[in-house]
Design a protein around this ligand. Structure first.
Ligand code: NAD
Ligand code: MG
Length: 373
């Protein structure tokens, strides 16, 4: 359910979406100037003691304002500033969080608050799931990707040298606070990466939302507040609805991996970090659309619309040439692959995802037509 709320104190307005997971339900608030609105913060965060976890990029821009807002709301606040980067999403950073919690003698009522992108959110959530067997956790996502994707759904964790996101837990936050004002400082490349997941949400389940994204892509890239608010809200609704039906990824939740089978192959084939995840997913969606079209699931017009929208988002649409053999190899090690047959998330038609295996000769046609030569 979605509702509009106004805070008289700070002139901030927000939209609220309730994620319905029984006793683990929580609200997602989306709006401007939320981080300095003490009355709003008070309404969202129950505990008195807060430990903010953030990083060296986000802290100089947003930490002081949030700390002041929380203190004005009567909270005791301590902050942990970690080094930035996906390569820091590891055991060492996790221990730095636990070190701070223990040094500060934090008890089970302490709330951990993640201020940052998906890396900070995933690590902080995992720390919250494990500290004293679980303490309250609040997400304050500051990248578009974390606002539309990683802060919803309860997956938390860290990377292991042998695999991404291999150590973690399902752990739901008490609240998610998406302040779109934070996106003003986000680099364009990171904004585009988040838009890939927004496009994905329309493509897999909501053709009308896909139409809306096409009509509003320029406004989104210009960081128009109304456009961003709608894109985030609808994305969270779609993801939350899928997660509600399949919290622990038994089946349906897999459709959120549309574009990701090809995308993961690009990421690991080039070496992680060469392309942003969202860039790989953008290109992966173009490839999955090509495959859907070849199998007769989707018409040529829809396939072209997907490619044009990915391009309009500022994302790559031509796949890197890793060699055919390597491409096939990389897709077979994908984690969605069960029992040897690659499962693809395809569109049948645009706005509706299906999960299926695919004849290898057709897959090869897609690879040949989508990779750069
Ligand atoms: P990120 O957290 O690394 O953020 C990208 C960069 O932007 C970082 O350098 C960060 O410090 C910086 N940044 C953050 N907010 C900023 C702001 N407001 N202004 C300027 N710079 C800012 O990356 P991400 O794309 O947010 O998240 C990717 C991570 O999320 C990956 O580790 C991925 O595995 C994870 N993820 C998790 C889920 C999930 O369900 N839990 C889903 C998708 C992705
Ligand atoms: Mg993704």
């Amino acid at each position: 359910s979605t509702k509009q709320t106004m805070s008289p104190e700070n002139n901030s307005s927000s939209k609220v979406l309730n994620v319905d997971l029984g006793e683990r339900s929580y609200p997602i608030s989306i709006g401007s100037s939320l981080l300095s609105d003490s009355q709003f913060l008070q309404s969202q965060i129950k505990g008195k003691r807060i430990v903010i976890v953030t990083n060296t990029v986000v802290a100089p821009i947003y930490l002081a304002g949030l700390e002041a807002g929380l203190r004005a709301a009567g909270k005791d606040v301590v902050s942990v500033v970690l080094p930035d980067g996906e390569e820091q999403k590891n055991w060492t950073s996790l221990m730095l969080i636990f070190d701070a919690l223990l040094e500060q003698k934090c008890d089970r009522k302490t709330t951990l608050l993640a201020l940052g992108g998906g890396v900070i959110g995933d690590m902080t959530g995992f720390a919250a799931s494990a500290y004293m067997r679980g303490v309250p956790f609040v997400q304050v996502p500051t990248t578009l990707l974390s606002q539309v994707d990683s802060s919803v759904g309860g997956k938390t964790g860290i990377n292991h040298p042998l695999g991404k996101n291999m150590i973690g837990a399902f752990y739901q936050p008490q609240a998610v606070i998406a302040d779109i004002g934070t996106l003003q400082s986000l680099p364009d490349k990171e904004l585009s990466a988040g838009l890939a997941e927004v496009i994905k949400h329309g493509a897999i389940i909501d053709a009308a939302f896909f139409d809306w994204i096409e009509a509003n892509m320029a406004a989104l890239r210009a960081k128009d507040a109304a456009a961003l608010t709608h894109a985030i809200l609808r994305s969270c609704e779609i993801k939350a609805d899928i997660v509600r039906q399949d919290e622990r990824e038994g089946g349906l939740r897999a459709i959120l991996n549309f574009g990701h089978t090809f995308g993961h192959a690009i990421e690991s084939g080039l070496g992680y970090g060469k392309w942003l995840h969202g860039e790989a997913v953008g290109c992966g969606m173009v490839m999955a659309a090509d495959l859907s079209c070849r199998l007769g699931y989707m018409d040529y017009v829809s396939k072209t619309r997907i490619k044009q929208l990915v391009e309009a988002a500022g994302l790559p649409t031509v796949a890197p040439d890793l060699g055919e053999e390597r491409w096939l190899e990389l897709m077979e090690v994908d984690k969605k692959n069960e029992g040897g047959k690659i499962k693809f998330i395809l569109l049948k038609p645009l706005g509706q995802a299906v999960i299926t295996s695919v004849p290898q000769d057709i897959l090869l046609q897609t690879l040949r037509s989508c990779i750069s030569h």
